[in-house]
Design a protein around this ligand. Structure first.
Ligand SMILES: Nc1nc2c(ncn2[C@@H]2O[C@H](COP(=O)(O)OP(=O)(O)OP(=O)(O)O)[C@@H](O)[C@H]2O)c(=O)[nH]1
Length: 329
């Protein structure tokens, strides 16, 4: 290559202006360092910080990205790219007056080969006096995939711990956790919090007449219908066998009554066809509302959610007593 000469006849990983030929002793030291860098299971490269030209690439880099042949770092590592990378670290490696700063360690997923690298970048003075970026990059893709798999498994475990297996609604645990959170939010926003409880009517008869599996299907249908009727901000949960509850943030008693009536009508109007039979199932609803529009002390709120649930339960029992398929509050 004109004007350039490899300092290491065994490899062609470095290109240095021939006017800067090193004394024999220094060349020996250079070769020893080059051998060490070539034995690493990591990418080591050096790029001119002004021109982005690669001036060194170890064997690991050559084996993946090919010979450097005076190409720029982004041409080698981001094939097809015509300018410096958006994530180029050059600015992080020198101060405003060009003084060399310490190492900058970061992680990136290479958008071209999708592999993850942990990079240690540092500006150093190269053997010909230029300021260059030395990067040592370790492929951490397997570790990242494992981290992602662990993260996904944790998210799934958390979801399962909060989900009712039959209906896929929130379970009792999720319901109580969410209830305590929503009470705090309601206190902060000084609004109303309503709670609807509903229990399917004469559900034992459905089980007895059509079988337990048919009863399960009814529970799934009711859950799906109820899901369609609540808002995204509401928390619908199955809190017992045939008992459900809805946390309604920022909802007055009047608004909660309207929703409960809509649900009652929808359940009453639904016919579930199963094995040639038509199953009809209604529910009794109880509503309670917490008015937090005035400042309320934390002490008063400690048992607020349990008390709200208790009031809704009392109202629901009243609806049962008064003949079922109705809303009480
Ligand atoms: N299929 C099915 N049945 C369940 C499940 N959980 C509870 N049950 C049944 O639900 C029925 C509830 O019966 P009861 O408590 O007497 O209430 P009910 O018959 O609905 O009567 P009221 O609530 O007074 O209207 C029982 O037969 C339980 O076995 C479930 O997951 N699947």
């Amino acid at each position: 290559m004109d004007g350039f000469q490899s300092m290491n006849p065994d490899t062609s990983n470095v290109e240095i202006d021939s006017t800067l030929l090193l004394p024999a002793e220094a060349a020996q030291s250079y070769k020893a360092v080059d051998r060490v860098l070539n034995s690493l299971d990591a990418l080591v490269y050096v790029a001119d910080m002004q021109t982005h030209e690669l001036v060194y690439l170890n064997d690991y880099g050559v084996s993946i990205w090919g010979a450097i042949a005076r190409r720029k770092c982004y041409q080698v590592f981001q094939p097809g790219q015509t300018g410096p990378c958006d994530f180029c670290t050059n600015k992080k490696l020198v101060d405003e007056s060009g003084g060399l700063l310490g190492a900058h360690v970061w992680e990136i997923q290479n958008p071209k080969n999708n592999r993850w690298y942990q990079c240690r970048d540092q500006a150093i003075t190269w053997i010909d006096g230029r300021t260059v970026r030395l990067e040592i990059a370790t492929d951490i893709t397997e570790r990242k995939l494992m981290e992602q798999a662990l993260y996904d498994a944790k998210a799934l475990a958390e979801k399962l711990a909060d989900t009712d297996e039959l209906t896929q609604l929130n379970n009792r645990r999720a319901f109580f956790n969410q209830g305590k959170r929503v009470v705090q939010q309601t206190q902060r926003s000084k609004t109303h919090l309503s709670l609807i409880m509903f229990d399917l009517d004469n559900f034992k008869q459905i089980n007895d007449q059509f079988g337990h599996a048919a009863g399960d299907t009814v529970l799934v249908n009711i859950a799906a219908l109820a899901t369609q009727l609540v808002r995204a901000a509401d928390t619908l949960a199955r809190i017992g066998g045939e008992e459900f509850a809805i946390i309604l943030p920022n909802t007055t008693l009047k608004q909660a009554k309207q929703l409960a009536q809509r649900m009652r009508f929808a359940f009453d109007a639904q016919s579930i066809s199963l094995n040639g039979a038509t199953i009809h199932c209604t529910a009794s609803f109880g509503i309670a509302t917490l008015d937090l529009t005035q400042a309320t002390s934390d002490v008063l709120l400690q048992n607020a959610f349990d008390e709200l649930l208790n009031s809704a339960d009392q109202a629901m029992m009243q609806a049962k007593r008064e003949g079922r398929n109705r809303v009480a509050f």
